[in-house]
Design a protein around this ligand. Structure first.
Ligand code: ZN
Length: 277
């Protein structure tokens, strides 16, 4: 973690919470998701975080074939790092959530604790955290340690001590979810100061917090995530027309603030990823 490191921009293409009736620009089909990831790569994204949706209903689904289709389409044209969700969506069983690891993406999201999540409860109890960590090690997938609150950092550090999570640690702070830590500069600073040496971290601000948290991440030597999973607006009252539009702004901002935008291979090097293969 240093301002001299190139800044890794992740793009979260569609997620599971954003509803198609909130924005006409949300990618739904595997083809739309792949095209959006490819456009985002052109705009400067090094990592694409993937969920899949049912093309008919637009709602999140758990069809592993869609993940594979997206990987093939995206890798036919780019070298972007693919990060498959293990959070899926509220309602999946623990075993279902871990199935995306069997596809052996280079990276997967690792939700580091339980919390109230909007109107629901997002369960990641201690035994499941262990089981999930085992899965990441078994399939050689780099976990993106998604922390929605400060206590979740402690959860991860305990598992690192137990040898269940491998170095280098790649943290993703998700700030501003109702039920999680608020998206404020003070919270971000506090979290960053808790990290062990050698960590790389990235920050997400949900909704209207997106750009401000991303700007802080760039300035503090961290990395950043944007995309329609986290926020659907470009600015107040104006919908973002694509994921690439959001990525493009971040790439511009990164360069204006004196940092390079990381290529996928630079991200692979910083995070010691397996490679496209
Ligand atoms: Zn996600």
């Amino acid at each position: 973690m240093a301002v001299s490191d190139p800044c890794i921009i992740s793009v979260a293409i569609t997620g599971s919470v954003t509803q198609p009736n909130q924005t006409p620009h949300l990618p739904i089909t595997p083809e739309q998701i792949a095209i959006s990831a490819i456009e985002s790569w052109h705009a400067g994204a090094a990592i694409a975080h993937i969920h899949v949706r049912d093309p008919q209903t637009g709602q999140p689904t758990h069809n592993l074939d869609y993940y594979e289709e997206i990987r093939q389409r995206v890798w036919a044209e780019t070298d972007i790092v693919l990060n498959f969700t293990t959070g899926g969506y509220l309602g999946l069983t623990e075993d279902e959530r871990l199935e995306t690891l069997r596809l052996r993406p280079e990276m997967g999201s690792y939700d580091a604790g339980s919390m109230n999540f909007g109107p629901g409860i997002f369960l990641n109890p201690p035994e499941f955290l262990r089981k999930m960590a085992d899965g990441f090690q078994e399939y050689g997938v780099r976990p993106e340690l998604e922390c929605f609150d400060i206590g979740m950092i402690g959860n991860c550090l305990r598992l690192v001590e137990e040898g269940l999570i491998d170095q280098p640690l790649w943290w993703q702070f998700v700030l501003g979810v109702p039920g999680g830590a608020p998206a404020t500069p003070k919270v971000l600073m506090t979290i960053v100061e808790m990290l062990p040496p050698g960590s790389q971290w990235s920050v997400i601000g949900i909704g209207r917090n997106q750009l401000a948290m991303n700007a802080m991440g760039i300035l503090l030597g961290g990395h950043v995530r944007t995309g329609l999973e986290d926020n659907i607006y470009y600015r107040r009252g104006e919908l973002a027309v694509s994921n690439a539009q959001l990525v493009e702004r971040l790439a511009r901002l990164t360069r204006e603030l004196g940092r390079d935008v990381a290529s996928p291979d630079q991200a692979r090097q910083l995070l010691q990823l397996r490679g496209k293969g």
